[in-house]
Design a protein around this ligand. Structure first.
Ligand SMILES: [Zn+2]
Length: 115
């Protein structure tokens, strides 16, 4: 029998399954991968699927277009199946380095006024 699943608002998956158990397995897995429909940080539904291959490794995630938070997936070594890791804030090296230099400056000021 044929089974349809709306993976995103633009994409519908259609698969052939032989029985209800297979349908269940497909739906459970599809929910795991495509069930993320709201940002865990800003609750936006303006999301996009992202696939990158740095150094030959595959990275799968859902990215919020509004706040850049990223929902990451891990991969089971044996089967290659994806599992949910959760939302992570965007990586911003510039913002972090500015913050830490500010902290150092404050610490230096405090130290000089004490002596
Ligand atoms: Zn967001």
């Amino acid at each position: 029998m044929e089974l349809s699943f709306d993976a995103t608002s633009k994409c519908r998956l259609t698969v052939d399954v032989s029985d209800v158990k297979q349908a269940f397995e497909f739906l459970a897995y599809a929910e795991t991968v495509f069930g993320v429909d709201q940002c865990g940080n800003c609750s936006s539904s303006n999301l996009k699927l992202d696939h990158r291959q740095p150094q030959g490794y595959d990275y799968y995630s859902v990215v919020c277009k509004d706040c850049r938070h990223e929902f990451k997936f891990g991969q089971v070594k044996e089967s290659g199946q994806l599992f949910q890791k959760g939302w992570e804030p965007p990586y911003e090296s510039d913002g972090d380095s500015t913050q830490s230099s500010d902290d150092e400056r404050e610490t230096a000021q405090t130290a000089s006024s004490t002596f």
